[in-house]
Design a protein around this ligand. Sequence first.
Ligand code: GLN
Ligand code: ZN
Length: 780
Amino acid sequence: MALAHNLGFPRIGRDRELKKALEAHWRGELDEAGLREVGRQLRAAHWQLQKDAGIQLLPVGDFAWYDQVLTHSLTFGVIPARFRDDSSVRPTLQTLFAMARGTGAGGSQRCCGASHGQPVFAQELTKWFDTNYHYLVPEFTADQQFELSWEQLFEEVDEALALGHAVKPVLIGPLTYLWLGKAKGATDSEQDFDKLDLLERLLPLYGQIFQRLAAQGVEWVQIDEPILALDLPQDWKNAFERAYNLLQKDPLKKLLATYFGGLEDNLGLAAGLPVDGLHIDLVRAPEQYPIILDRLPAYKVLSLGLVNGRNVWRCDLEKNLEIARDAQERLGQRLWLAPSCSLLHSPVDLTREDQLDAELKSWLSFAVQKCAEVAILARALNEPQALEVADALVHSRAVQASRAASPRIHNPQVQARLAAIRPIHARRQAPFVERIDKQRVGLNLPPFPTTTIGSFPQTPAIRLARQSFRQGTLSAAQYTEAMHGEIRHAVQVQENLGLDVLVHGEAERNDMVEYFAEQLDGYLFTRFGWVQSYGSRCVKPAVIYGDLSRPTAMTVDWIRYAQSLTTKVMKGMLTGPVTMLMWSFAREDIPREQQARQLALAIRDEVVDLEAAGIRIIQIDEAAFREGLPLRKAAWQGYLDWATEAFRLTASGVRDETQIHTHMCYSEFNDVIESIAAMDADVITIETSRSDMELLDAFEQFAYPNEIGPGVYDIHSPRVPSREEMVKLMRKAARRIPAERLWVNPDCGLKTRGWPETEAALVNMVAAARELRADPSLRG
Ligand code: GLN
Ligand code: ZN
């Protein structure tokens, strides 16, 4: 019998119940018992949903109050000293939230029951592999001790068993857990140790956990080691063998789960580890099958990840059944079926979408439906004659056929435009050195020109106006007038401050991707398709379902109005094709690079229209450019090639005199600086203030040829930086980049800030630029 199991289910709830409960708890409106009750109900509901869908072995340990990596840190007692006054006291839920969110200024929390006068900063958040989920980075010290400190997993196992479920606890494996953490110490030398040295101390904890789970009556445990899909240093590969040889003597059957990519050079290693089963991701890396069969020892279970855990499309049952049938012939009882990875990355339940077009809805599948897809595949193997199996296969075939043939997906005009793209379309007319001279004449800006990244504070009044317009209580004319009022205010403030290049402030935009997606053909929107991003934060990505095109101009009226208010240069503001793609659910029927090219052509039209409307500077934001980098180095160049091409395609429809800016929300450029240069934006603004300009090191090795605005102040904090600080940062930048190519601007958009601190900071920023201009040593 092939077994249907699941690697993890979204914890947030189909109505984001967990988000709401957490935020109510943090506001002091829901006590801990109330919060715990919401968690208990969600777990019970989610197990039942999976079971009803036909999943035979349910995951436990996929629930987390904030983040599953953080739960592991508590479980292992990896709690930095700043969160515990007394290490003999057991951590509490308040300790957990303090580690996630910090305490003191801004946060109302306490940790360890004691109220701290000093704010305590939270652990660092970072991206979970190549997903948009963020985890809290464990902090290790050289003398790190591990101690079982948190009972959540055992309690939840009891909870599930009491409900009569067959369960499989899920743990992050020891190597992946260590890999995700950071070596910390008070000094550089204390910090200078190898995390891998902690492995021997950590492993006994897994032994203890397995003992306890075995005593609870558990048979199988799932150990997630997604780092097996990365390029691993040799000592980490060796450590896998050492670790799993040691864990072998502990009780429980162990399923080693890998996902987000292929095992590639780690395939032999993963197949050979002394565990009882291996899960592989056949969505991201279908080529692993059937190779894996030749490498897998004859006693092992093989779990095939056939249903995509990271996208929203229905699975092609017939195609996958072929693989499953073949695997069943070879493996018999040893075959398990699952989603490719945890369903944490899928929206929860499609049946909730009551307003979606019926045809589009029939193409989609969320977490609950994905469980049913896994189950029906297993059932097709176990009971091939069952009526439901035949029905499901017929239905799946019909869905695939209707989608493949649908005129709603295929737009011949878009395809013809794509086919007509030539290298010349992705190239500006003249090279940068010639363009910049023409631009300088037309723009007539001072040295060290000042500008901002685009958005100004999104006040409650702005949000209310947008909401009222959506709900129909504000007419289009009233809404336009409200937004014009905001633009007038933003322009006035910028003129008073003496900024050189102005922006309209982006009041009309809810989100930098959704705003454009809503105006493009080929995108659909769900009402409840939320996915956890971190903690209580969720995102609802737009879904690309068909060929993308721009029916009409998207931003021109707003920007033209803004320009009409001032004689200064008004900068047009767009989101770039790569970022649009990375922050959407993408199609699976055509390659991502093709979707990027479609987006590029649509946004290119907007760039050209802005130019025709008299706009002389246009910024194309690529906040997610670096996020798209594949997990494996060998795949980087391929991605960088199509991503830079998409950007250039977007930017190259204009005259040399029109200046193209881009913005990126980070500054780790060392490894991609050549591609950033290949984008050939006239000006790039990046984040650097938090790293004290150190991240400009990349610009030392590689002479970045175009202009650059290294962010001089951190917009993530309400703190107002002084003029001196900003001058100092710019002087540091001027040591690496010629002064005549430097701009002065904040790190990112200001939409999350309030007006008072924004104005105060910009006053100082403009003063800093004036001081720099007055310094003869900085003249080019
Ligand atoms: N133009 C956008 C803004 O200012 C850029 C945001 C971003 O890079 N994340 O808000
Ligand atoms: Zn940014």
